[in-house]
Design a protein around this ligand. Structure first.
Ligand code: 173
Length: 324
């Protein structure tokens, strides 16, 4: 073997092993948590997504689910993403207003996430999440799940005076405007609060009240619904910045693919509504004009509160979130 050939072979071999060493070192494992119950449909679908990423991401990127509120309490999950204790979470803004007040504004979007990605809303959200939350907003996993008032006592008109209602920040301003006394709890405490008569009702989306057996204590659901439950994947910004372009592309692609399946939630809403009826939960309906005012008031009150809490961001988000 001539010297230069040998040198080339050695260089090649060294180069190859260095390259594969680098590739091995590149596999990252991201810790995933959630503020939602592990038996909820949200988390079932989350785990489907994580399994898919893990299958596609061999040697590149893996997701390790650390559990739900038993691993990290619901209202601590956002802080854990911010600080990097976990890298990823399936969470809703109402659970991490202790990181940034703006998180709860996402309930006010009136168009699908696919459209938010096109009309500038998604980028506007990310700019705020980066700056104020130390987070990357990766995508929305739940859509078409509007909120309702669930009650143990009948009401005749949109007036919650004299009633104690369990809330999160989602409902606070609207329910107070309707006269309610409000009590904030994580989902995990709703059953006991109902059982002990600490509350006369609660806010929750159309789907999911069976997961923690609240149907046993629920007599009425108020129509119409308002807002849209926002449940999204958020990521620690440093963890995101550390990923290489291929890893970022894998995450982004898998999330956009998953969002395309969000129409599933229409079906889930219909099924859950039927299931509530079968469980004996009665619907309280207002006349058409009252129902319209009720819904409009929900948005007005929430945007007014948003404008007070974070005027610049509220002004930026409102036209991007509101259906023309
Ligand atoms: O706990 C809640 O009522 C709440 O804020 C919420 C938000 C999104 C989905 C489900 C519940």
């Amino acid at each position: 073997m001539k010297t230069h050939t040998w040198l080339r072979a050695a260089a090649l071999a060294f180069g190859l092993s260095a390259a594969s060493g680098a590739a091995l070192a590149q596999e990252v494992t991201l810790k995933l948590g959630t503020g939602f119950a592990e038996n909820s449909m949200y988390v079932k679908r989350l785990l489907d997504w994580a399994a898919k990423v893990n299958a596609e991401g061999k040697g590149q990127l893996q997701i390790n689910f650390i559990g739900g509120p038993k691993a990290i309490p619901t209202f601590e999950v956002g802080k854990s993403v911010r600080s990097g204790v976990i890298d990823l979470a399936l969470n809703t803004g109402a659970f991490y207003t202790n990181v940034m007040v703006e998180s709860d504004f996402l309930k006010l979007t009136q168009m699908p996430i696919a459209e938010q990605r096109k009309n500038g809303a998604f980028d506007a959200i990310n700019a705020v999440w980066n700056e104020k939350g130390g987070m990357q907003y990766l995508g929305r996993f739940v859509e078409n799940q509007p909120f309702h008032i669930y009650l143990t006592k009948r009401i005749e008109k949109p007036d919650l005076t004299g009633l104690k209602i369990r809330i999160t920040p989602v409902y606070r301003d609207f329910f107070q405007a309707l006269g309610a006394t409000v009590i904030t709890t994580a989902p995990g405490e709703v059953y006991t609060a109902l059982e002990r008569g600490v509350v006369d009702g609660y806010g929750w989306p159309i789907g999911g009240i069976f997961d923690l057996a609240w149907h046993e204590k629920t007599k009425f659901r108020v129509e119409p619904a308002f807002y849209d439950a926002e449940v999204s994947i958020i990521m620690n910004l440093q963890s995101w910045n550390k990923l290489n372009p291929a890893q970022r592309a894998l995450l982004t692609r898998s999330i956009i693919e998953f969002e395309a399946g969000n129409t599933y939630w229409n079906q889930y809403a219909a099924e859950e509504s039927d299931r509530q009826t079968k469980a004996g939960i009665q619907t309280i309906r207002f006349d058409e004009a009252t129902a319209r005012t009720f819904r409009e008031r929900a948005y007005e009150v929430a945007w007014a509160a948003a404008a007070k809490q974070s005027p610049d961001v509220a002004a930026r988000f409102r036209p991007l979130f509101t259906k023309k």
